[in-house]
Design a protein around this ligand. Structure first.
Ligand code: ADP
Ligand code: MG
Length: 328
């Protein structure tokens, strides 16, 4: 790569990204110098999370760049949400096979749409040539010692999830099989490509929940991580798992719950709290206009036990869920 050409092309990128996102008072110096200078509020801890999306692994190379820009930030904001942290800043490392200005314009617009929604300022990044990969790091604030951890679930706690599960997995499944587009395809694709990070819910749950995780690898795998970190087990009532019409139809047609409980990429929150706080969840759900459904209970016995319609134990049709155990 000719050095002068690379410098000129990277200037294009800086131009697209420098005034893209909201200007925050706690940013002393953003994009343009050797490092950003940031002012964390007194008494606040910093929550920090990073995620990489690789073409062909995490997204189809021909996915809309606007959706990709949106999702690269969304998956990170979802991690902050699961900690009960308030998003503030982001950095972006782009590895691109070539500089295509219209691609970058669309990507940056997708990124900016979500950043604007949460007042997140992009404060720096890096740009290199290579096989396409996108890394976003986000930083947020959480009062010192108050972050929502995976390790706080206790026997007797209720288990809740936000929204509905399996939509993204069903959309991906249809894309992979090249199935014809049904009427609900647009909605499902939106769930796959533009997941809504549950930031407000995470913030509000900080004082209510005993543990939380965001569902990126499927409910069973992610809840399994909470159980392991907390040294507890759980029972799930499958009939209570919130499913969209499309996913419910798929589960009904195949007789297999896997798409709902083992499909990834939903970015809903799974959280636990003592039954005495159910009314707080109801109040919160109403206030945020976001469904929060009770799906099971934390138990002392390790392992995850799923009960189906008939009241019998159910295990997924394929294994590979590290933390799953049908027998406790
Ligand atoms: P250096 O060589 O000193 O690291 P760079 O040329 O990599 O400088 O970056 C110059 C400025 O542009 C820095 O402030 C950097 O944070 C910013 N920057 C570069 N690439 C991106 C990007 N993809 N997104 C946001 N900011 C970027
Ligand atoms: Mg650099």
């Amino acid at each position: 790569m000719n050095q002068r050409r690379a410098t000129a092309e990277f200037d294009i990128i800086r131009r697209y990204f420098s005034a893209l996102t909201p200007s925050r008072d706690d940013v002393d110096l953003g994009i343009g110098d050797d490092a950003a200078l940031l002012l964390a509020p007194r008494g606040m801890g910093l929550a920090l999370s990073i995620d990489t999306l690789v073409a062909g692994v995490h997204f189809f190379p021909d996915v809309s760049p606007a959706s990709l820009g949106y999702k690269a930030l969304a998956v990170n904001l979802s991690d902050l949400a699961a900690m009960g942290a308030e998003p503030a800043w982001a950095t972006l490392a782009l590895t691109l096979p070539q500089i295509d200005e219209s691609w970058i314009a669309a990507f940056s617009q997708g990124f900016a749409a979500l950043a604007g929604q949460y007042g997140v300022q992009l404060v720096g990044g890096d740009t290199t040539y290579g096989p396409m990969s996108i890394t976003v790091q986000v930083q947020g604030f959480v009062p010192a010692g108050e972050g929502l951890r995976r390790s706080g679930a206790r026997a007797g706690d209720d288990i809740f999830v936000t929204g509905s599960l399996g939509d993204a997995a069903l959309a991906l499944n249809r894309l992979q099989r090249g199935l014809p587009e049904p009427p609900d395809a647009v909605l499902l694709k939106e769930r796959l490509e533009r997941p809504q990070p549950r930031v407000e819910a995470g913030l509000a749950l900080r004082d209510v929940a005993t543990s939380a995780i965001d569902i990126s690898d499927g409910l069973l795998a992610d809840l399994g991580r909470v159980l392991e970190a907390s040294g507890v087990g759980a029972r799930l009532e499958l009939v209570n798992i919130p499913l969209s019409k499309a996913v419910a139809a798929e589960v009904h047609a195949t007789g297999d719950w896997s798409i709902g409980v083992a499909g990834g990429d939903d970015y809903e929150l799974c959280f636990t709290l003592p039954p005495g706080r159910r009314s707080q969840v109801n109040e919160l759900s109403g206030r945020l206009n976001l469904s929060m459904t009770r799906i099971g209970r934390i138990e002392e016995t390790p392992g995850l036990r799923c009960f189906g319609m008939d009241g019998g134990l159910w295990a997924p049709s394929h294994d590979g869920y590290e933390h799953f155990s049908a027998n406790g």
